[in-house]
Design a protein around this ligand. Structure first.
Ligand code: MN
Length: 732
């Protein structure tokens, strides 16, 4: 699947696909979107060497396969023009309307969100993704298809990029696809990502699957034959669709490694799926299956009566065939099948788009809940955990005394149940009865139980801090925290202060009271606290989790406060640095001396050479030692940027590595080096790797004054002959 050369999509394929569909499309709007995008992307190329337009075409084609509407297909064709070309959103709005412009804007914004960059930004970025999703779900569907095509063509990207993209796919996009019920897409991006993250395990599993495929197919065929004969006898008008099912490679990996199961146990687990027309036929079919084969107790699950959180519906049962081999049977209607495969996208493919608004609203409620829960924390790990944990397919279903169903994750307690009904019910809860019996607060609910929450009429009654450790859902946690945040500020400050003091004591940190704010400044800023009281309060209600920042604080304490001899050493270094008057980029404590050969003076253009064990020696840039070293290419990595400490001339300050892909060209390094010299941009390192497809991948590290200058540099590099793409590299 992955090694196969990727299809190159053309507009003719799109047109043919549209003509084959029963659905009505505005063909001329789609064609003019294509023509507009093709013109805007003219002269741009993918890393694979194909014209850039093949990518938007591929995304549009995938969206057509999902049955998405005209505007979504147009937006897919246009999804990269605002980002990568001179076209503005206003132009798109004028030409293709408000809806298309809104979708393009949403996808462009999502594309600008770096998911695994600076820790502090991640929370904000994940929040932006969810917000964009809650505004128009088509935005994330386009983004997921964009990611799918990028994953299919990931082999053309540099190795460092592959890993990051794969991680991002696994951690963020696959869970979102799962939550939206888009199983086919989720399985594919997960398998593709897995292949880059653990290539060895991937090929191992793939090999095993191939070896056993004959045996599996023979077994499935015989089961299919038995079932269809029996169905005809039982009076079904037509033979239902019966198909064998193969698990995804990553699905097998997860089962094997995460649940510690034996490979054989998983490989030899056969599964068939029966698709019928009505719900009545589902149960009828189940009866026949249980009559034909012996059902394994406790393996029957009715996801028709109680659908999963992502709206998945089916009957599941495991039975033992005549040969003594157990196999799983899934039974569902066509409607349920479409939802199981395409999830939310099935609304466009098989129904009338978003018209079924109520159902859709229900599906999107979880997005809003996560966004709300996130207002309470800036901790990235926490947010990513929220997305993942709230996505767990293992749900339980409990009921209110009136029979309303509440869906909760496994392990949820009556506290979670109370908060799931309503915030006020949770805040006023004093206990609960399960199936008529009083239970303790940490009672874990199971499917089918009827839960009656007992509330207090005392207006001062509120939750207890200990509940935070008992409850399971992020929803309940964030509601409890927010109650404490609002209702108990004084108490929070006292509690937070006490907790901080205790932690400091435990870690032997002693900071004078008046220096505390400056010592904690970074963490306070991270949590938007301007006063130390706010920070205490945040610790008190649980918005700031101390244990997560202690290591950092300990390091900081060691550095600035701990031992007096360290402080002395620090002073000496400062003197040494200022006495030389030279700043070595990226190094604060390093010995600097001046080279005898050229004896540079302040104001001269200078460059540093990393000596073996004697720090950095500074040469003039026109010193023959340096000029010759550059000419001969001897040890270029030991030459580094230095500058005079007091030079106020707009000194470059940021080091950036550019990741450049170009067609094979032996002069590419020379071109880039020459361009940097022309632009007076210090180039500190440059290297080139040949990619498998023959393209050259250049990593050039430069110093730049800032983003606007950087963008200018990138634009200039893009204009060099044979350059295909230029990106900021994640590799430093
Ligand atoms: Mn794209």
């Amino acid at each position: 699947m992955v090694n196969k050369p990727e299809t190159i999509y053309t507009i003719d394929m799109i047109i043919q696909k549209i003509l084959d569909e029963e659905k009505q499309y505005d063909l001329s709007k789609i064609i003019s979107s294509y023509e507009f995008a093709a013109k805007a992307h003219a002269n741009q190329f993918r890393s694979s060497g194909e014209p850039y337009i093949t990518h938007p075409l591929a995304v549009a084609y995938i969206l057509l396969e999902f049955g998405m509407d005209t505007d979504t297909v147009c937006a897919a064709l246009l999804h990269d023009v605002v980002e990568d070309t001179d076209v503005t959103l206003d132009e798109i709005k004028k030409l293709f309307g408000q809806d298309v412009a809104m979708l393009v804007d949403g996808v462009t914004k999502l594309g600008k969100i770096p998911l695994f960059t600076k820790e502090e930004q991640q929370a904000e970025n994940v929040r932006k993704i969810l917000l964009a999703m809650s505004q128009d779900i088509r935005v994330i569907i386009i983004k997921l298809c964009d990611r799918l095509h990028n994953m299919r063509t990931l082999c053309y990207r540099p190795a460092a990029k592959q890993r990051n993209t794969a991680l991002e796919t696994m951690n963020i996009y696959a869970p979102i696809a799962h939550r939206l019920g888009m199983k086919t897409l989720k399985d594919e991006i997960e398998d593709l990502a897995f292949r880059y993250l653990d290539p060895y395990a991937y090929s191992e599993i793939e090999k095993m699957l191939q070896i056993r495929s004959d045996k599996r197919e023979a077994f499935i065929e015989s089961i299919k034959k038995q079932i269809s004969e029996r169905f005809l006898e039982a009076g079904f008008e037509k033979v239902p669709q019966i198909e064998g099912r193969v698990k995804s490679v990553y699905g097998i990996y997860k089962k094997a490694f995460m649940q510690g199961k034996d490979f054989d146990e998983i490989y030899d687990k056969y599964a068939v799926r029966i698709i019928v027309d009505t719900v009545f036929e589902c149960y009828n079919a189940l009866g026949i299956i249980h009559d034909m084969f012996r059902p394994i107790p406790n393996r029957f699950k009715d996801y028709i009566a109680t659908p999963k959180a992502n709206m998945y519906q089916s009957l599941h049962t495991t039975v033992i065939g005549r040969e003594g081999i157990p196999f799983e049977v899934q039974i569902r209607t066509w409607d349920m099948h479409h939802t199981a495969e395409y999830g939310i996208a099935a609304h466009w493919k098989y129904k009338e788009g978003i018209s079924g608004k109520d159902k859709l609203e229900g599906r999107l409620a979880w997005i809003r809940q996560i966004i709300e829960a996130q207002q309470e924390t800036d901790d990235v790990e926490e947010i990513v955990r929220t997305i993942k944990s709230d996505l767990s397919p293992e749900d339980i279903f409990a009921f209110t005394p009136k029979g309303d169903m509440i869906t909760l994750p496994v392990g949820a307690t009556i506290i979670d149940f109370a908060y799931a009904i309503h915030t006020e019910v949770g805040n006023k809860m004093k206990g609960a009865k399960v199936d008529g019996k009083l239970v303790s607060l940490d009672y874990q609910l199971t499917t089918g139980e009827i839960v009656e929450i007992l509330t207090s009429s005392d207006p001062n009654h509120g939750p207890n801090r200990a509940w935070l450790d008992i409850c399971k859902t992020n929803e309940a946690k964030s509601k409890i925290r927010s109650w404490f945040k609002k209702e108990r500020r004084e108490e929070n400050i006292a509690q937070g202060k006490a907790e901080l003091e205790k932690e400091f004591k435990r870690n032997f940190i002693r900071i004078p009271e008046e220096e505390l704010s400056s010592f904690l400044a970074d963490d306070m800023k991270r949590h938007n606290c301007s006063k130390i009281e706010d920070f205490y309060a945040a610790i008190g209600y649980g918005g700031v989790i101390l244990s997560r920042m202690m290591q950092r604080l300990k390091d900081k304490y060691q550095k600035y406060y701990a031992e007096p001899e360290n402080a002395e050493q620090k002073n000496q270094n400062a003197v040494r640095k200022s006495s030389s008057g030279v700043i070595v980029e990226g190094q604060s404590n390093i010995i600097v001396k001046f080279a005898q050969c050229c004896n540079p003076l302040p104001g001269d253009d200078i460059v540093g050479f990393i000596t073996k064990g004697h720090g950095v020696s500074v040469h003039k840039k026109d010193c023959p030692t340096y000029v010759n070293a550059m000419k001969n290419g001897t040890e270029p990595e030991r030459w580094i940027n230095v500058r005079w400490a007091n030079s106020t001339s707009n000194a470059p300050t940021f080091r950036v590595t550019l990741d450049i892909v170009a067609k094979e060209n032996i002069l590419i390094i020379a071109d880039i080096t020459k361009l940097m010299a022309e632009l007076h941009i210090p180039l500190t390192n440059i290297s080139v790797n040949m990619l498998k497809n023959g393209n050259a991948n250049v990593f050039a590290t430069i110093n730049t004054a800032g983003v606007s200058q950087l963008n200018n540099i990138i634009a200039r590099i893009k204009k060099l002959p044979d350059v295909l793409s230029v990106d900021r590299s994640v590799k430093q």
